[in-house]
Design a protein around this ligand. Structure first.
Ligand code: GDP
Ligand code: GDP
Length: 462
């Protein structure tokens, strides 16, 4: 039985390696212009296949998509706002500002049938000064007559308007052309002077979890390095820090420290997801900060889910320990485990960003997870594991078909990704898949990182 380390063939491509960030395309516009319809149509045709991680709370307002062969993340900013039925202009400014901060390309949706509304003017006024590409779309142009009506939107003073019908799919070829043109050139993370192989840390969490306190604490403790290499294009938004002889890039420190007064009723929690999407895209490891005093919530699971989806290393910082007695601390940990049940491998470090308690430990835990993230199991060890564990515990028969596993290889790191060759990839039961992942963890560890196993058809000549 051939068991050499082999990579899957051309006809067996693996999902793109998680590391290497996709540009973000944000859809903005006032309520009811058709943002979510447009989002669904854009991603519906090109939805990249994302392996479903059981138990992960998923937002359906963002999705990976391939636009003319370019990978990107499309975000419906309106989808995050629970009050999106609010006909008032309120809220649009916050969405647009967020898109301006976090997106690479902005699609501003207008309604061809309704004429110009105050919220449209507000959006355009905010978007006009930006250097980022903005694509204005006149939606609901279902017929030539309506397409004509869309022209009235030029009164907003925009240069170009693309009439489309999200409902009928009219104009989407042009829209995709525009998006693809506007996407930044693919980032070559390996050679980008921004990191040069330095691990990138994203600190995410709900408002008031203590993110900016942690950043300040880390910057205070660790020597802050000024990047003065010639030709670097380092945005000031990221900060290089050094701790215990290790260097890290803290992502979006400016964004974390520059706090904006946002009103609670504008779906602030949802908006923090949008910020997190971008930060997590650019990261290797994610620190999820949770306010232990306030308690863990659905939103925390959502943020953790983003990190898991993206295959990032994940460490949970349970913050504000100075406010907790031993009993409450224990309960907070138990509750966090419960809510993040889909990521039992994520270490929890109880910290106080205010006093600095355990922030060093947090960084060393992240460092350990980063090592695991890149770890490659030697083929000989993997073969032994296969012989000892999987060969003796084969998948149960499904639908009367005997299912055989032939061998396992590690196809990728960051995150560790394994390929199991089998005669019936579609019939390997979910519970057996879970068994395999647990067995891999039991044998090899991988604390702090998601592990992926894909099942592939073994070709006959193998
Ligand atoms: P959002 O609030 O901006 O996300 O808007 P939705 O996508 O929920 O759409 C608001 C309404 O406009 C819904 O009733 C949609 O069916 C409708 N709609 C969306 N796109 C089109 C379109 O291209 N043509 C027409 N006639 N209606 C549309
Ligand atoms: P962010 O919104 O996630 O950036 O949170 P901040 O860092 O601004 O913190 C929100 C509030 O929690 C501020 O009043 C902080 O002083 C407070 N805070 C942050 N970390 C701690 C902590 O470890 N202990 C206590 N008691 N308060 C904290």
């Amino acid at each position: 039985m051939p068991r050499s380390a082999r990579t899957p063939g051309r006809d067996n491509p693996l999902p793109a390696n998680a590391v290497g960030h996709r540009p973000v395309v944000a859809i903005v516009g006032r309520p009811n212009v058709g943002k979510s319809t447009l989002f669904n149509r854009l991603v519906g045709q090109h939805l990249a296949i994302v392996e479903d991680v059981p138990g992960v709370t998923r937002d359906r307002h963002y999705a990976d998509a391939l636009v003319l062969g370019r990978e990107c993340v499309i975000v419906d900013t309106g989808g995050f706002d629970p009050h999106s039925d609010d006909p008032m202009a309120e809220g649009i400014a916050e969405h647009v500002r967020l898109a301006l901060d976090e997106a690479d390309v902005i699609v501003c949706v207008l309604d061809a049938t309704s004429g110009v509304m105050p919220a449209d003017r507000e959006a355009v006024a905010l978007l006009r000064p930006t250097a980022k590409p903005v694509i204005y779309v006149g939606n609901k142009a279902d017929s030539p007559k309506r397409e004509q009506a869309a022209m009235s939107l030029y009164e907003l003073g925009i240069d170009a308007l693309l009439p489309v019908s999200a409902q009928h799919g009219i104009g989407f070829g042009d829209l995709e052309d525009r998006i693809a043109e506007a996407l930044p050139p693919p980032a070559d993370d390996a050679t980008s002077p921004e990191h040069e192989g330095l691990p990138r840390l994203a600190i995410v969490g709900r408002p008031n979890a203590g993110k900016s306190s942690l950043v300040n604490q880390l910057l205070g403790e660790a020597r802050q390095l000024v990047d003065d290499r010639p030709g670097t294009t380092v945005d000031s938004i990221d900060t290089l820090i050094e701790a215990d002889g290790e260097r890290y890039v803290l992502i979006d420190t400016a964004g974390i420290r520059r706090k904006r007064a946002v009103k609670k009723e504008l779906g602030v929690e949802g908006l923090s997801v949008m910020k997190a999407i971008r930060a997590i895209e650019r990261s290797d490891a994610v620190v999820l900060m949770i306010d232990a005093d306030d308690g863990v919530a659905e939103q925390d699971a959502r943020l953790a889910g983003l990190a898991v989806d993206r295959g990032r290393a994940l460490v949970v910082a349970l913050n504000k320990s100075d406010l907790l007695d031993a009993e409450r601390r224990k309960r907070a940990i138990a509750r966090t485990r419960e809510v993040l049940a889909f990521a039992p491998w994520a270490p929890i470090v109880v910290i106080s960003a205010r006093t600095g308690r355990a922030t060093k430990k947090l960084l060393s835990t992240v460092a350990a997870a980063l090592v695991e993230h890149q770890r490659r199991v030697p083929t000989a060890e993997l073969n032994r594991f296969f012989d000892e564990v999987l060969e003796h515990h084969p998948p149960p028969t499904q639908k009367g078909r005997a299912i055989r596993l032939f061998y396992v290889t590690q196809a990728a790191t960051r995150p560790p990704t394994f390929v199991a060759m089998t005669n019936e990839p579609k019939l390997v039961h979910f519970s057996y898949q879970r068994y395999v992942i647990n067995a891999i963890r039991k044998r090899f560890g991988f604390e702090g990182v998601p592990v992926r196993v894909f099942y592939r058809q073994r070709r006959r000549r193998e």
